[in-house]
Design a protein around this ligand. Structure first.
Ligand code: RIB
Length: 307
């Protein structure tokens, strides 16, 4: 099996479910509270691992209680965390998440140690990049770090999958190194400087391809996802589920896609699997607690196609 190196953030997620989001200056009473391990990097690493990938996760944690508990949890989950960076005197990252009755979320992250994952450290773990087949990145660690990873990985002809989340402008040099760019509508608009309402989804994807990404995957929530590259185009519909919490749906999708592609699956099969994994994720509360196992996704797909 091919190896995936995920380089990205880890957070402690503090999740409150609410009827409606509060207005500025308003105090509201929440319905429930959950504390769990999250962060886009960690979610994608755990998803790829649970969904059949061979994963190494590189992140930066504080030596605080949160950092220690997080590392223990990663080890118990079976993730390879042998290159995790630990820093003193900086707290581990946190995210405050509100989830409303429609399953929509508002997230505020405070990066803490995530912002100390710097280019210098990437040079120290360059052997991990040399030994992998795919690097999977998101935008919750410093931009220069992401660029350094891409430069090293690109030189060695590794597959680079970037999930441009949270939405962020990307420079031309960086986009040209990306093999698989995964974006939702907001992220696609930010990266392409185009408006979906004005030119449509297909034209936005074309803009991203023109900027240099080799393959673009546009995730569309309830509408499924679209993929386009030089040779192929796919439109995969979403599965119909009751959405309780959309947190980490995109992370589960990216982790699943990376896992299936590195196992040699083709685009269509891998996209269907990733779409099913994120459908299960949105039917549960929380980020990592809601990521399904490979067995759960296979059973879900079996039921759908038999029914
Ligand atoms: O994508 C969901 C994640 O975003 C949460 O787990 C939170 O930590 C933020 O990073």
């Amino acid at each position: 099996m091919s190896k995936i190196v995920v380089i990205g953030s880890s957070n402690i997620d503090l999740i409150a479910t609410v009827k409606n989001f509060p207005a500025a200056g308003e105090t509201i009473i929440g319905k429930s509270f959950l504390q769990a391990i999250g962060g886009k990097g960690a979610n994608q690493a755990v998803a790829a691992h649970k969904l059949g990938g061979d994963v190494k996760f590189i992140t930066c944690l504080g030596t605080d209680v949160d950092g220690q508990n997080t590392l223990k949890y990663f080890r118990e989950t079976g993730l390879d965390v042998s290159s995790v960076l630990l820093v003193e005197e900086t707290p581990s990252g946190t995210a405050i998440i509100l989830v409303n009755e429609n399953g929509e979320n508002c997230i505020v992250t405070t990066p803490g140690a995530n912002h100390l994952l710097l280019p210098d450290y990437i040079h120290k773990i360059k052997d991990d990049i040399a030994a992998c087949d795919m690097v999977l990145l998101q935008m919750e660690i410093p931009y220069d770090t992401i660029k350094t990873v891409c430069e090293l990985a690109h030189k060695q002809q590794k597959t680079i999958m970037l999930n441009a989340a949270p939405a962020c402008r990307l420079d031309k040099e960086l986009i040209k190194m990306i093999d698989v760019l995964v974006v939702n509508e907001t992220e696609a608009e930010t990266v392409s400087s185009g408006k979906i309402d004005e030119i449509g989804e297909k034209a936005i994807i074309d803009k991203l391809l023109e900027l240099g990404a080799k393959t673009v995957v546009l995730t569309l929530g309830k509408q499924g996802c679209l993929l386009k590259n030089e040779k192929e185009t796919y439109s995969i519909p979403a599965f119909c589920v009751k959405a309780l919490d959309t947190t980490a749906a995109g992370d589960t999708f990216c982790g699943a896609l990376a896992a299936r592609l590195t196992r040699g699956e083709g685009w269509e099969q891998a996209l269907k699997f990733a779409t099913a994994a994120s459908a299960i994720c949105v039917s549960r509360i929380g980020a990592q607690p809601s990521i399904p196992t490979e067995k759960e996704v296979n059973e879900f797909l079996c039921k759908i196609y038999i029914a």
